[in-house]
Design a protein around this ligand. Structure first.
Ligand code: ATP
Ligand code: MG
Length: 553
């Protein structure tokens, strides 16, 4: 879909900055903390940051914001890189805030030397008490008036490991009565005797987010530092630190984070789902992670399209998850080859078809010629969908019933003559006659049928297991509900069908690659598949709830 789109507010700022000559080229960054896998909200930030780099001929860095030693792992770093690449983006440089620890330390000393930072021996509790509240000003603590020389010496001792965790902190000396709580002498360094995934045991003091993030932007000469709205109150401190340190003036801009119905996105909550076994892993296809969506069969293009469609806003909003599903369906409709698979099999025996005979029937892979064709084997015994037969047909039921005709997709017209039931009254097979002159593409039979059904040849079919996914959470806005979000987990989020049969062309289906099982939805092969067991994930159904909704409005 080609749409004339107006500029979003960040693009407007960038165009102004380029036009005025403030910058000759732009540099953005995507700054994940490697403490979890990326989710669809991150995809929005990635598409925005990398998208701007591409649109304006600039560049985008990938910077791991890894200043918190205890929560970060290399596994997360690797998954983040894989996900960004899969989404289709290339970073200019791969950087780590931890690479700047030496530089950040020197920045801190510079602040101390300029009289803008001090070492505070107060306990966390004392610091909190003196901080005041949004309606009452804070108070200076006893240690605030330490001399530059004392502060320098104490800070160096902190670095040298002389003190225990929590014994001292370094704080910026700003204004304990500031309206903005973040400006009330924020802590910029703390003591933490912890191993870091990259710097090992080199450090026992670590910079706080506010003292690492903006400074890292500045070190890299990021022109437009884009983050989500909750960082608005941090901006004043971001600017203050840059000004006092007299370093490259990166500027922070904030946009509304993505919130999506039926979805939780905080990494903390996603980690609980994994650790407490509600899902199998970070890449469980029910997870809103990029890796989960990839495994479920979502395409990178559909996720990029989704991010593009929802746009960039300055105010929080809630996006309907069916818009994402619509984007997936739209993309797969263009790309996914059509194949035949029977999920709930019923045997169809063609009485007048020669025993042991097989025909390879030419079948189209898609609605357009560009999809190409394939040969599908046809024989005397087929599997059809149980719901495609009714002993007593309902009104307007144009499929099989005693005496009724139907076209077998890409094959012949058959007529149902009789059926067989087991002891419980369940239909176990139906017997049909086929019309040899009704072959698809060469039908001279003159028989008119109203229905076409899919099938697979029983002797050629591959057995498959199919995973049908439903929403993991049962409420529209889990974060707004009372209590633990896990009490809203859908106990039926995964339904496994292990009776399915698929056509033999799927033997070599690549993992993650999308197929339309005609009349059933979009599916892809799961990585749990083995040579003897095919496992497919349902990516999305065929039904288009979103389009219906938008037509109504
Ligand atoms: P979470 O709250 O899910 O744990 P986070 O903000 O702590 O996420 P980071 O790794 O710090 O995760 O995020 C990296 C970047 O992605 C940040 O710039 C952040 O603003 C952005 N981001 C995170 N979640 C969203 C979201 N839901 N929508 C848009 N951008 C997001
Ligand atoms: Mg964060």
């Amino acid at each position: 879909m080609i749409e004339e789109k107006s500029l979003n507010f960040i693009e407007e700022i960038i165009e102004k900055d380029l036009k005025s000559g403030k910058y000759t080229s732009i540099l953005t960054r995507f700054p994940p903390e490697p403490n979890g896998y990326l989710h669809i909200g991150h995809a929005k930030s990635i598409c925005l940051n990398f998208g701007l780099g591409i649109k304006y001929g600039g560049q985008t860095n990938l910077r791991f914001d890894d200043t918190n030693p205890t929560k970060e792992e290399t596994e997360y770093v690797d998954s983040i890189k894989e996900d960004i690449q899969w989404l289709g983006f290339t970073w200019a440089r791969e950087l780590y805030a931890s690479d700047y620890f030496d530089q950040l330390y020197l920045f801190a000393e510079k602040l101390i030397e300029k009289g803008f930072a001090y070492v505070d021996d107060s306990t966390a509790e004392e610091i909190a008490t003196l901080k005041g509240t949004p309606t009452t000003p804070g108070k200076d603590c006893f240690y605030r008036s330490r001399s530059v020389a004392d502060n320098l010496q104490l800070f160096r001792e902190m670095k040298a490991g002389k003190y225990q965790d929590g014994e001292k902190v370094l704080r910026a000396k700003i204004d304990m009565t500031a309206n903005n709580m973040h400006m009330r002498d924020p802590i910029i360094y703390r003591i933490k005797h912890a191993h870091h995934h990259r710097t090992g045991d080199n450090w026992c003091i670590y910079p706080m987010y506010d003292f690492a993030h903006g400074q890292s932007d500045s070190i890299e000469k990021i022109t437009h530092s884009i983050c989500t709205l909750e960082f608005i109150p941090h901006r004043e401190l971001y600017d203050w630190l840059i000004e006092k340190l007299e370093i490259f003036p990166s500027t922070q801009y904030e946009f509304a984070r993505l919130n999506m119905t039926y979805t939780v996105m905080s990494k903390r909550k996603l980690l609980q789902l994994v650790e407490e076994g509600y899902v199998t892993s970070w890449d469980d296809p029910r997870m809103p992670t990029i890796s989960g969506m990839r495994r479920r069969g979502y395409t990178a293009e559909s996720i990029r399209n989704f991010c593009d469609r929802i746009g960039i806003a300055k105010r929080e909003n809630m996006i309907d998850i069916s818009l994402l599903e619509f984007c997936v369906r739209e993309d797969l409709n263009k790309k996914a080859p059509r194949v035949m698979a029977v999920l709930d099999p019923l045997k169809l025996i063609i009485i007048n078809y020669p025993e042991g005979q097989t025909e390879d029937l030419l079948s189209e892979n898609g609605p357009e010629e560009s999809f190409g064709t394939r040969l599908v084997p046809f024989s005397k015994e087929l599997w059809i969908e149980a719901e495609d037969f009714m002993e007593v047909p309902a009104k307007k039921y144009f499929r099989l019933a005693p005496g009724a005709n139907v076209r077998l997709k890409s094959a012949y017209i058959v007529q149902c003559d009789s059926f067989v039931k087991d002891g419980n009254g369940k239909v176990t097979a139906i017997h049909c006659t086929y019309f040899p002159d009704s072959k698809s593409g060469n039908d001279t039979s003159g028989i008119v049928v109203k229905g076409t059904i899919h099938w697979v040849s029983a002797v050629h079919a591959l057995k498959a297991s199919i995973r049908l996914y439903n929403r993991l959470l049962q409420v529209e806005n889990p974060s707004a509900e009372e209590g633990d979000f896990k009490s809203y987990i859908n106990p039926q989020s995964l339904q496994v069908i292990d009776t399915a049969y698929v056509e033999p062309s799927l033997l070599h289906a690549p993992i993650h690659s999308g197929y339309q099982f005609i009349r059933k939805g979009y599916f892809c092969l799961d990585k749990d598949s083995t040579a003897t067991e095919l496992i497919f994930n349902r990516t999305v159904t065929l039904k288009d709830a979103w389009a219906k909704e938008t037509k109504k409005n």
